[in-house]
Write a new protein. Sequence first.
Length: 202
Amino acid sequence: MFSIVTAVCLGICLSAACGLRVFLPFLVVSIAAKCGLLELRDGWLWIGSWPALITFATATILEIAAYYVPWIDNALDSIATPAAGIAGTLMTVAVMPADMSSMYSWCVGIIGGGGVATSVRLVAAGARPPLNSRDPFILVNHRIFFFFESLGSVGISVWALSMPIIVSAIVMILFYVMFYLTYTEGGKSIFESHDSGNKLMQ
């Protein structure tokens, strides 16, 4: 049984992963629970069932693929932030210790999990190159960002299962760095700055 500190750190990590990709952390947790590598809270054992695993796998594939389809990625971005917040909340509650009361579990889930997932989603969206740019540099890097967001989501989820405290510390440091690099020059994204510089030279 995870201690409260370890469980909270795991919840933070999984929430951060939900901020990058909504369904990937659920798929990782489902596989881990199915293999007996993770103990879920009572009432959330269904996450480790075969139907849930298949559903999360299908949703993950569709989510990742949709980000590479024009127009659909715009639609996903519009709902990604609230979806990430909800996913982060649920993911955190699911991994809380069984001896923690439901009220405390949901408080940690909503404030910690939902807050972290939403914050990561906003920073990731701000760091990503704008879709409406005609700059080839930005258009190419937009797809590269999608790839690394997915890679980061699965990486955080997998490593958090074995080293939640260490990974949560790394995630917080990376979040601060990304926030600092993204929202500079009066809150402008570094890519917006790049795009504005190109416009001035034209």
